[in-house]
Design a protein around this ligand. Sequence first.
Ligand code: PLP
Length: 430
Amino acid sequence: MKGTFVNLDQLKEITQKYPTPFHLYDEKGIRENARRLHQAFAWNKGFKEYFAVKATPNPAILKILKEEGCGVDCSSYTELMMSDAVGFYGDEIMFSSNVTPEEDFILARKLNATINLDDITHIEFLDRVAGIPETISCRYNPGGDFTINNAIMDTPGEAKYGLTRAQLSEGIRLLKDKGVKHFGLHAFLASNTTDNQYYPTLARILFKTAVELKQETGAHIAFINFSGGIGIPYRPEQRPADIMEIAGEVRQAYEEILLPAAMDDVSIYTELGRYMAGPYGCLVATAIHEKHIYKEYIGLDACAANLMRPAMYGAYHHITVMGKEDQPLEYKYDVTGGLCENNDKFAIDRMLPKIDVGDLLVIHDTGAHGYAMGYNYNGKLRSAEVLLKEDGSSELIRRAETPADYFATFDFDDNLQSQFIAKYPEIFKI
Ligand SMILES: *Cc1c(COP(=O)(O)O)cnc(C)c1O
């Protein structure tokens, strides 16, 4: 059985203050996991985790991770702004973007962020718009298929990211000519994998490439960035990734490949998102309708606009009916939201205890790529985000949207504006 980090009594208390639906985050879980990661990679002096902001773009979460020694990985202007405001600066910020607008590079340079270039043409572009820094990283795309023990994990050859192997050599030479002194190498070759061999396999590819690049160009490779990709067990029967084993095998590869090449000062970086936050968040919703037609349906006050993964990827998210943890799973339900889209289903043919209208449901593992992927389709409003603190108290870390937020970006003409003011004066007071 997959447990919840919050119990029914706590939830009842929280929902008195903050109505459902909302995403709830577990401060204790986030901190303990970050400490485990740092312990696992403690053998590498320069190790740093740059939390992928896109996974959970909330300043309160970034602040917790900063206190645990993490940096941030940004890919957009607003993510840079948020990270700057939380207090990240310089080598605490990795900027791993693609199709990067001028103003994003300009802000990244202003914050002294470490820039991870996605393309060889970005060298001239960056030089022109913001100048080339002394330390820079290049994202590698080895092409073809990425395999672990002959199993295809992903197809980099079809991915839009990164430089080819030949472009890496050419790019590094170009950058050296422009004054770069220290280089990083980055790759992201598989997503959401709990296979303990992912990082070690990626490490061998990147370490060997780094040795070659050093020999070819004389470049100083200062860090290797494994990016994100370590997955979490969304399904109860799935085994979690073993971070100690992963880090131990990366160390072996480091000692076998980098040490003999006299590259003993290479720092290991990660840009984990899902692994850092996924299990430590959940979407809390209330059953507001039941429907009996050709199938049995339970309708929630949350919908795909609050959690897109099931609708978008058919992703599994475990569901706990709070207070009914010990009841038999005797009912087969589709658990749905209210979008006018038939894919708005959090679960299909899921065996659950009997659900009554008013029951609180916890949809697990929404701490990363959950709220962040939310949207306003059907005029649905984004939910609140609540932090369950270490001392058991709860704090609102983002309020729910109101109709005022939804209407805020319209450019009303005077006539329409006066009609809105007459009928819905509240929308002009956010
Ligand atoms: C999305 C992303 C990450 C984080 O990925 P996870 O699967 O959440 O670990 C890290 N780096 C880059 C460049 C990304 O695009």
